[in-house]
Ligand binder design. Sequence first.
Ligand SMILES: [Zn+2]
Length: 367
Amino acid sequence: MDSMRAARLHVPGGDFQIDEIPRPQPEGMDVVVQIKAAGVVPNLRNVMNNYGERAYLTVPDLPAIYGLDAAGVVVATGREVTGITVGERVYINPGRSCGSCDDCRRGEAINCPAYTFQGYFGFGPGSRDIYQRYPYGGFCEFATAPAAGLVKLPDAVSFEAASRFGYLGTAYSALRKAGIRAGSSVLINGATGTLGVGAVLLARAMGATRILCVARKRPLLERLQAIDPQRIRICPEHGAELAAWARGETAGAGVDAVIDTLGPTADSQAMLEAIEALRRGGKLVNVGGMSMPLTVNMHHLMCVQKSLIGSLWFTVGEGQEMADLAAAGLLDLSVFDHQVFELDQVNDALKLAEQRSGGFINVVIKQ
Ligand SMILES: [Zn+2]
């Protein structure tokens, strides 16, 4: 049996160690992907600690292969696979579902109670069965994945850029749920973070003509604006009122949409101010997971038809649309600074990712 190298976690919260393990073979509708790049996300340490009494998510049994966003080349296909061929460059959308519950049969896999990220964590007890079937994250040399879970990559998307698709896709799905189209205005709350930078690039690719960026890190804001000074506007430097600024940038109306990327510990006041910046009928889509209680006046939201929407991850179809936008030259992924590490440097890579140096940095394991 051929073997492969895998960086595995053996102890909760410990370091990864390189092991030789059997190389997977494809069955049925699955493929085997030789991994070329995998993203390293700063939240990973929390998941690696999620064992025993500290468990609140469903995680793979130890020793576990983590790694959320993997891209590579298909090297083998199961007997029933017809639409994917050996040699194709692909991104593995890691979102797995049970395939047979009410939500899966409605075609809404992300709402499956067992929805599970290959190489990361799952949302329910059913995730355990999914990890039996798909135990491979991106921090190894070969991984199995269902053919239906693959995004085909055009030459315009490097493997390093594809390892960023998790953040990009999360932002893209949010922009779609917000109805962004040609001529839209959108405010990105937390625009210089890992989700925010992607949201700005994708809003631009989708035709938004006013992209208002809110963040504290001034040099990164200025770097964002330099991408497209005509359409990308950055918030005033000294504490101007957000809603007033947004109205000033949109002929008095307010923005069509807010993509809120602020993280779990952010101040709820920042989200309330973003809701204020919406026009009548506007939509706020939350992808950052701000977890403080939010007091909103639902009567007011009803009268002005504002919506607050939660959005998790993205579909394979949405991933393919992003790849197509990049192939057509509409989505420019050249802005990222890829910080590249070898597989056996994965512990150092995670330490760098945890510094959260802003959304232009992409920490990646390259093979
Ligand atoms: Zn299901």
